[in-house]
Design a protein around this ligand. Structure first.
Ligand code: SAJ
Length: 432
């Protein structure tokens, strides 16, 4: 095995996963080149800065860039290990788009040599790693690729999904177990020796197809379970029961662990990945598809409920609490909160005020609507209606006394039970 300082690694894609991964590998002493198609990203990283917010990432990147272990470039260079961490979005019909992965493989083919290892980390439909293998075989007929001839292959190809949680990426990159799926067992072993350099969690080997499906399964599992909680919130509303109370009580059963209802599911992972399974096998994915529909439908229900509340109190200013896709992060991608508030801003214009401690300006979705960003104190003073869409710690810290007399629609259950028994009766609407 190459010593850490001799190992050359190229990470393709310097996004939410690629940049932290490149920095963590660089910290081991390997020479890491991050390749990205966006010049601004390359410039930012080369100046030791970061273009994404993630806990402790700025310090790590500035350190490894200053030491010379991490560089960024628009151009690929030869290396020993290539890690692909590019996006895999889906098209309008929910079919996955692996174009970026295949483009990354095409780029790698230009510098590939015998002895190299290629690892795909992007969330991908089952069979993508084999497609990468087939593409490399076509582009580089001089190299023996794994699984395509009886001879000892010249290169190793494996799939190893990232499974880190935004906000905890640097911790989870090291501590989480990794599933490493090789095109052949030998490929898996080569990739395993790479991950052992920086992963403290267990590294478990399997084949590429199983590893690809494992990643999709993890996020579909979570989506289905959140959908169950969201469906319960609708039923509880019909029954005039507090869903948070029911979940708390049900979860006292030793084998029940219900997740939390909310305004829908956001982010780039859980709301996307289940569709990869549905697309691959539409006949056998009724549950997974329905979960997606329940979670998306919940967002529409919150819009309708908020609209009814706002219309019932003409002229009263409305505080929409949060735009992020989940608590305590500045990530607004695929955020149900943002979708809901943008629609309310279209409907109610300048009555809509937005409190988002992680935003310095409103996203473009609000241009021309008259909605504006305010701080939490102004919201408490000025707004008679409060709609909670994100469970930021800042919002949780607002005590019941400061909400007395306000109409609250709490989709996250952070305030639902906080009113003291003696509080005046106010229209308190539950999630649903
Ligand atoms: N949510 C709920 N109720 C819950 C839990 C979450 O409504 O009880 C919502 C959140 O508010 C958010 C969305 O679901 O809108 C997703 O948030 P999350 O924290 O569950 O997950 P992500 O998208 O930040 O990260 C997930 C993780 N996957 C799993 O937990 C199975 C992470 O480990 C993956 O690495 C990541 O997807 C990914 O990149 O695939």
């Amino acid at each position: 095995m190459l010593s850490d300082s001799d190992l050359k690694v190229v990470v393709l894609g310097l996004g939410y996963i690629g940049l932290p991964t490149a920095a963590v590998i660089a910290r081991t002493g390997a020479a890491v080149l991050g390749v990205d198609v966006t010049p601004a990203v390359v410039e930012t990283v080369n100046s030791g800065k970061v273009h994404i917010e993630e806990v402790d990432l700025d310090g790590l990147v500035s350190g490894v860039v200053a030491r010379g272990s991490l560089r960024a470039s628009l151009e690929i260079e030869p290396a020993d290990v290539f890690v692909i961490a590019v996006p895999t979005p889906f098209n309008a019909d929910h079919a996955p788009n692996i174009g970026y992965v295949l483009r990354a493989a095409t780029t790698i083919a230009t510098v590939l040599k015998a002895g190299d290892t290629i690892i795909l980390e992007s969330t991908s439909p089952v069979g993508t790693t084999e497609k990468v293998r087939d593409l490399l075989a076509d582009l580089r007929p001089d190299l023996k690729v794994p699984g395509r001839s009886g001879d000892q292959p010249d290169i190793a190809i494996a799939y190893c999904p990232e499974r880190v949680l935004p906000g905890r990426i640097l911790v989870e990159l090291i501590d989480n177990d990794r599933v490493i799926g090789g095109i052949t067992p030998r490929c898996a072993r080569k990739a395993l020796s790479f991950y052992r350099r920086f992963v403290r969690g267990a590294c478990v080997t399997t084949n590429a197809r199983a590893a690809e499906m494992t990643k999709l399964t993890e996020n579909a599992f979570r989506d289905v379970n959140i959908a169950f909680a969201n469906e319960l919130s609708l039923i509880a509303d019909t029954m005039a029961v507090d869903v948070w109370e029911v979940i708390r009580l049900a979860n006292r059963h030793p084998r029940v662990n219900i997740l939390s209802p909310g305004p829908g599911v956001g982010g780039h992972c859980i709301a996307v990945d289940p569709w990869f399974l549905v697309d691959a096998d539409p006949d056998n994915t009724a549950l997974i598809r329905t979960a997606r529909e329940v979670n998306d439908g919940k967002t529409d229900r919150v819009v309708e409920k908020a609209t009814a509340l706002i219309e019932s109190m003409p002229g009263v200013p409305v505080a929409c609490m949060g735009l992020a896709f989940k608590a305590n992060i500045d990530d607004f991608r695929e955020s149900p909160a943002l979708k809901i508030v943008a629609e309310l801003a279209r409907r109610f214009g300048q009555r809509i005020r937005i409190v988002e401690p992680y935003a310095t300006a409103l996203p473009t979705a609000f241009a021309g609507t008259g909605a504006r960003l305010i701080d939490i104190d102004t919201a408490i003073e000025d707004c008679g209606i409060m709609i909670v869409l994100v469970d930021h710690d800042l919002f949780k810290s607002v005590p019941a006394e400061e909400r007395v007399g306000k109409a609250v629609l709490d989709t996250r259950g952070i305030w639902g039970n906080a009113l003291p028994a003696a509080a005046p009766v106010v229209p308190l609407l539950r999630a649903g």
